[in-house]
Design a protein around this ligand. Structure first.
Ligand code: GLY
Ligand code: MN
Ligand code: MN
Length: 435
């Protein structure tokens, strides 16, 4: 059985009797006039089908006794396929995808209202796709018809069922995430080897994307951030348009998407190849915070434990540098790190870069479990006017991707160097064709 069939069966097993779940494929999106963005399948839809065409709908039907997976997809069309590429079509879909039946999308109007009848519950996501309106329209028509008593009585979000499955990664997914991590690590190394004063941030972005593409990861998992100097203090800086100066650091937050799975790595290094003393002071604090946070990535720990560990190290380091004054425990209680470290330390990672899965149960942070993958990404950003001149505009973040295992953790991005000594050594190697 393919993993997609197993996942559909697992989801059907979680659905109550007499319920229906619908999952929408992503639409094509216009980039400019008659030109589209590259298609990227909706992560839920991909997880359950492995089918990467737009204009498709997966329906999971859990009857009183039997259960079925049904797919609506684009009909074969020789002319359109000549222009836009092949379509699987509903005839071939059952054998290829293991669904019980497949129909052309044009039959949704006829078939979906019938599928809704006599179901107790309808599960779907809300807010992701314009096609949701069509399904809600059918539900509304049924509820206002003479057959109203046969309409579903409950409309539920699918996320809480499906996203808990996605939060725990299994064998094949972990392999893909290891590969995404490996490619992305090598891309950061390429950038470190290539960086020179006078180069444009966009040119380092090109090196990163070149490595992704060359290795079969056809897209970044998110827009790459290449911020040198003060740009590193803008958390989501994506202009990547400045020329990099000797003496500045450059922060690169970039990860590829490999067969739909994301990596998310940040490294910060000196444009000219050597850290200044002030840069190194701050760098060592961020690195010790990151290592302490990674140590806290253990099954049974709170999902918040890595962040708490990072905060403690950041505050301790800032006290040692004289940037914060007072007692460590008091400063921790007062959130004294916030002017310098204003974001969280972790998010889940998977098919989406900010992946799904509840972070809290009721009001409490949930517990880390084997199979979860999270980022560990503390940072310090010195943009306040009040910081001493030699620290001003230093922005440093170090980010790795960590799999929780039965016995502790595996750092998926462990290949990407991050100590001062290792970075300086790597940067002293020549990268072949500099820009
Ligand atoms: N690259 C986005 C993030 O680190 O969350
Ligand atoms: Mn990142
Ligand atoms: Mn991240």
């Amino acid at each position: 059985m393919t993993p997609h069939i197993e996942r559909r069966n697992a989801l059907l097993a979680k659905m109550p009797a007499n319920s229906l779940a619908v999952v929408f494929a992503s639409p094509m999106r216009i980039r400019s006039r008659d030109t589209d963005f590259v298609f990227r399948q909706n992560s839920d839809f991909h997880y359950l089908t492995g089918f990467d065409e737009p204009e498709a709908l997966l329906v999971l039907e859990r009857g009183a006794r039997k259960q079925k997976s049904l797919l609506f997809c684009r009909a074969k069309d020789a002319l359109r396929e000549r222009w836009d590429g092949g379509r699987l079509g509903p005839v071939a879909a059952p054998e290829r995808l293991g669904v019980d039946a497949a129909y052309p999308v044009s039959q949704i109007n006829r078939r979906l209202p019938k599928l809704l009848m006599d179901k107790e519950r309808l599960f779907m996501e809300i807010g992701e796709s314009a096609a949701e309106q069509q399904v809600l329209g059918f539900l509304g028509e049924l509820r206002m018809s003479r057959e109203a008593h046969r309409a579903p009585k409950h409309l539920d979000l699918l996320g809480p069922l499906l996203h808990e499955m996605r939060a725990i990664k299994r064998g094949d997914e972990i392999e893909l995430m290891r590969e995404a991590a490996r490619i992305s690590s090598d891309a950061h190394h390429r950038a470190m080897r290539t960086a020179r004063p006078g180069m444009g941030e966009w040119q380092l972005e090109a090196e990163i994307v070149y490595e992704f593409m060359r290795r079969g990861a056809r897209a970044p998992a998110y827009t790459s951030i290449v911020g040198s100097g003060a740009n590193a203090c803008v958390l989501h800086y994506v202009e990547n348009s400045s020329v990099m100066r000797d003496g500045d650091l450059v922060l690169i937050d970039a990860g590829c998407e490999y067969q739909h799975y994301a990596a998310d790595i940040t490294r910060t290094f000196p444009v000219g190849g050597r850290f200044s003393e002030a840069q190194r002071d701050i760098y060592e604090i961020v690195l010790s915070a990151q290592l302490a946070a990674i140590d806290a990535c253990e099954p049974g720990n709170s999902l918040d434990a890595p962040h708490q560990a990072a905060i403690r190290e950041v505050i301790k380091g800032l006290i040692e540098l004289g940037l914060l004054e007072g007692d460590l425990e008091t400063l921790i209680k007062e959130d004294a790190h916030k002017p310098y470290f204003m974001h969280g330390t972790s998010h889940f990672l998977g098919l989406d870069v900010h992946d799904v899965g509840a972070r809290k149960q009721a009001k409490d942070w949930r517990t880390l479990e084997p199979g979860m993958v999270l980022t560990v990404e503390p940072g310090i950003y010195m943009f306040e006017e009040s910081v001493p001149e030699h620290y001003r505009n230093i922005g440093i973040r170090i980010e790795d991707d960590v799999l929780i295992t039965e016995s502790g953790h595996e750092v998926l991005t462990k290949y990407a160097v991050k100590t001062v000594a290792d970075i300086e050594a790597l940067m002293s190697e020549t990268g072949g064709d500099a820009f």
